[in-house]
Write a protein of this length. Structure first.
Length: 424
C-alpha cells in the first residue's frame, strides 16, 4: 500500500507542486540577490530591455506594468510569487489525499514558518525599489515588532490557559505615561521607576485575572473592563495630554528638560548600531517566558487548564491561582512593553497602544497557538512576531495607509482561526 501510495497521482501532483514552489522560491531569491547587488533601477532597466524584444512576453509584461503601475522587475517577481503560492496550494491539496506533504503542512510550526516565508517573499516582490534589501529596514522591522512581541508573549500565556486579555494595549499606555512622569517630570532614578512601573502592569493583570478566575466572569468581559479602565486612568494621570520633556512651571510657563538616561539606553543600539536594545529585551523576555511555560510546573498546569479546566481541577491543579498568574505575567510583559514604548517615543502618550491587543492576538494565532486553549507555545509566537513585524514593515515602506493595515490585521486573524479549525 505504501509503495502504491508513493507512485499515486496525488503523490505525483504533490511532488510537482512542491517543485513549482521551490523553483519559484529560488528564482525570487536570485532576482532579489541580483537587485541588492546591481541596484533596483539598473536591474529593472536591463530586464525591461531584454524582455521587450521577446514576442508575446514583452507585450504581456507591458500590459501588466500598465495595469498595476509597477516596474518590469516587480511584475516579473509577482509572476513567480504567484507561482510559489499556486505550487504550495497544489502540494497541500494533493498531499491531503496522499498523506505525504499534508503530514508536515498540518504541523503548527511548519504552517508558521511557511507564513513567514510567504511574507518575506512579499517583501522581496514589493521591495520599494530596493529598500527591503537594506540592513536598516530589517533592524527597524525587528525593533518595531519587539513591542508587539512582548504583548504577544503575555497573550500566549493567557490564551493557552483558555482566556483572552484585551487590556494589554491600555496597560501599555498607562505604564508608558507613568514611566514618563516618574522619569521626566519627577526625576526618579531608574532603580525606583522601572520596578514601580512593572509592578503597576502586574497589578493591572492581576486585577483582571482575579475578576476572571476568582469571580468566574468571562475573560472577554473582565479584560474589556480593564481595557477601558486602564485607558481612562492613563488619561487621568497624564491630564489628557502627552507627558513629554516640556515640563510646566508653577507660573504656567514651560521649561524643557533632557531625555532621561534610561530612555536613551532602552532606545539605543548595539553591535555597531545593527541591533536595538528593545529587541534584546524582547528576546530575553521571550526566553524567560518559554522557560516558565515549557520547563516549569506552572506551565504544565496552564496547558492542562486550557485543554480541559474541569478535568484539571479534579486532578488537583490549582486552577484559580494558575489562571491569575497568567494574567499577572501578561500585565507584567505589557509593562515591559510600556517602558520600551515610552523610551522609543521619548514621551508618554495616553492614546498609545490603541489596537495593540488585536495585533498581539494576530501574532499568537498566526503562530499556531489555538484560541480555544491548551495548545501552542512561545516558539510559535516568535515566528508569528516575525511574520506580523515584517508584514507591517513591508506595508510601511510601500506607503500602504494605516486603515488598510488595520483591515488586513482583521483578515489575518479570521484566516488563521479558519486554518486552525480546518486542520482539526
Amino acid at each position: 500500500m505504501a509503495h502504491q501510495n508513493q507512485f499515486s497521482p496525488d503523490s505525483a501532483r504533490a511532488r510537482a507542486g512542491t517543485g513549482i514552489f521551490l523553483g519559484s522560491l529560488l528564482i525570487l531569491i536570485a532576482l532579489f540577490s541580483a537587485e541588492v547587488w546591481a541596484g533596483f533601477g539598473d536591474l529593472d532597466q536591463r530586464l525591461q530591455t531584454a524582455i521587450s524584444g521577446l514576442p508575446g512576453i514583452g507585450s504581456i509584461l507591458g500590459l501588466a506594468m500598465s495595469i498595476f503601475h509597477c516596474h518590469a522587475l516587480t511584475a516579473i517577481k509577482v509572476v513567480f510569487y504567484a507561482g510559489s503560492i499556486i505550487g504550495l496550494a497544489i502540494a497541500a491539496r494533493a498531499g491531503r489525499e496522499a498523506r505525504g506533504v499534508a503530514s508536515w503542512l498540518n504541523l503548527p510550526v511548519c504552517r508558521a514558518i511557511l507564513a513567514l516565508v510567504l511574507v518575506f517573499l512579499l517583501g522581496v516582490v514589493f521591495s520599494a525599489e530596493g529598500a527591503f534589501g537594506i540592513i536598516g529596514t530589517h533592524r527597524d522591522a525587528l525593533r518595531q515588532a519587539s513591542v508587539f512581541g512582548l504583548l504577544a508573549c503575555g497573550m500566549t500565556l493567557v490564551i493557552i490557559g483558555g482566556g483572552i486579555d484585551l487590556g494589554v494595549g491600555s496597560v501599555l499606555a498607562l505604564v508608558s505615561v507613568t514611566f514618563s512622569l516618574m522619569s521626566i517630570h519627577w526625576g526618579w532614578q531608574p532603580w525606583v521607576s522601572v520596578p514601580a512601573c512593572l509592578l503597576l502592569g502586574a497589578m493591572c493583570g492581576g486585577l483582571a485575572g482575579t475578576i476572571t478566575a476568582g469571580f468566574r466572569i468571562q475573560p472577554f468581559v473582565a479584560t474589556l473592563a480593564m481595557m477601558v479602565f486602564a485607558r481612562g486612568l492613563a488619561k487621568t494621570v497624564s491630564g489628557g495630554t502627552k507627558v513629554s520633556t516640556a515640563v510646566r512651571n508653577p507660573d504656567g510657563t514651560f521649561r524643557y528638560v533632557d531625555v532621561p538616561a534610561v530612555f536613551r539606553f532602552i532606545d539605543s543600539r548595539i553591535l555597531d548600531g545593527n541591533l536595538s536594545v528593545v529587541t534584546v529585551i524582547f528576546v530575553v523576555c521571550a526566553v524567560l517566558t518559554w522557560i516558565l511555560l515549557a520547563r516549569h510546573r506552572w506551565g504544565t498546569h496552564l496547558y492542562a487548564i486550557g485543554g480541559n479546566e474541569e478535568a484539571a481541577r479534579l486532578s488537583g491543579v490549582p486552577v484559580t491561582s494558575t489562571k491569575i498568574l497568567s494574567y499577572v505575567a501578561s500585565g507584567l510583559l505589557a509593562g515591559v512593553a510600556g517602558l520600551c514604548q515610552a523610551a522609543q517615543e521619548q514621551q508618554g502618550d495616553p492614546e498609545t497602544g490603541a489596537g495593540y491587543e488585536l495585533t498581539a492576538i494576530a501574532i499568537v494565532v498566526i503562530g499556531g497557538t489555538t484560541l480555544t486553549g491548551g495548545r501552542g507555545g512561545i516558539g510559535l509566537t516568535l515566528l508569528g512576531t516575525l511574520t506580523i513585524g515584517y508584514l507591517e514593515k513591508i506595508l510601511s515602506i510601500n506607503a500602504v495607509p494605516e486603515a488598510s493595515r488595520l483591515m488586513l490585521t482583521g483578515v489575518i486573524i479570521v484566516a488563521a482561526v479558519l486554518a486552525q479549525r480546518r486542520k482539526r
